[in-house]
Ligand binder design. Sequence first.
Ligand code: BES
Ligand code: MG
Ligand code: ZN
Length: 485
Amino acid sequence: MSHISNINVSNGSIKDINTELICIGIYKDKSMTNSGSELGLNFKEAISSAIEVGDVKGKIGEVNYFYINNQRIAVIGLGKKEDISENTVRLASGAAIRSTISKKAKSVTIDCFCSGIESCQAMGEGIVLGSYQFLKYKTKDKNKFEPGNVTVLGANQIEIDRGCAIGSSVCFARDLSNNPGNIATPTHLAESAKKISNTEAMKVTVFDREEFTEMGMGGLAGVAQGTDEPPKFIIMEYNNGGDEKPKVLVGKGLTFDSGGISIKPASKMDEMKYDMCGSTVVLGVFHALAALKPELNVVGIIPSTENLNGAKAYKPGDILTAYNGKTIEVLNTDAEGRVILADGLSYASKHYDPEYILDFATLTGAVVISLGHVATGVMGTNDELIKKVKDSSSASGEKVWELPLWPEYCKQVQSEIADVKNMGAPMQAGSIAGGAFLKEFVGENIPWVHFDIAGTAWGAKPSSINPKGSATGWGVRLVLDMMKV
Ligand code: BES
Ligand code: MG
Ligand code: ZN
């Protein structure tokens, strides 16, 4: 684990600062954050010249260095003052901590960037997210540098701490996701769930292969037939909200997806180690619940297995019976995510009386074709809940786009010989077929939204808060905003 997990706040003067780096914010109109004016005449002259020359423009995330009176100062662009938002503050804060890492500065002081927005939470998030590095498998020290002491000048400590806790939960999700298939096994996910449930309000239950097969989870059992790696059905319960209905999160925990008998091409198959990123959204949210202890009831459900090609692997044509009793005709063993989620959604619908169910899954390559790595495809049955999702999407900056679940599409997953089939019309509306299939396993009248995160869980354009070659932890912040954690 490598990220900042503690941020100090100081109300002192920048003149008394002794850190190896100082970060000051600058807007497009070239005005600076509060402490800029206190840095003295030499700095003023240097920055005027840099503006004159055209190097300092104040664009979001832009970084320029100045060396004045033995101090190293990074001037971080904040964009247009009138356009300041949680998103721009988050990005600029990420840029500030990235500059700390690139200069190998052990300590940094960052002037508060939050003038004009409601809370400093986004700044805490940005610092932590920007500091994230996945160093676990780098054995040479020269490739590693972690910043130590971070101080924000003139910010609100409580809001910074909240942001820091939320950012840390996203990093927790990223760390789990980035571990390869030989490490992040279903057992590892179950252990991680147990590790974070250190508060009294949290309980974890894990069913093994024999148990969930016996219970009637034919979907998970079917997909897991092809691997010797022990599959798990993981349930997390957080009870701190009295008798309010629980909010239920279901996540696809497919720790490696070869496609099974309908095997995938070799190119980029390694990326299928990320096929458990739905489950890490759930685990990331629970990590934040454990830290922030909000008054809520939340349930997390993670069906977890590999999809491999062992001698007993399930085959195209097989018919499986899911936990709600519906039969599934398997037309392609690579459409396995929906088959294991069928049990997760059925279990959630039967055993809880959910306020709503949200499911997260790297479900279809088709969503990458339609929305690229920019937005998550969402589908659901309840307009009010969809609206909530869209509102939290705007607030968190995690983009979603709604796809329709019209009856014409729902018909496409009806099977000739079973209740449903795990593919829609060939080469058409692939992501919607995934959603239409899942809908069959959600209890009637339970508000539900499906998030297809195949494009957003990894592979997004790197930014100051999303490092290259890492899972993003997409969804954790959106869900926490939705639940008002
Ligand atoms: N895990 C994949 C989806 C995926 C593919 C995510 C590429 C990210 C990048 C999923 O299990 C899958 O293989 N889906 C199939 C469904 C199809 C066979 C109906 C797909 O998208 O090709
Ligand atoms: Mg697959
Ligand atoms: Zn998959």
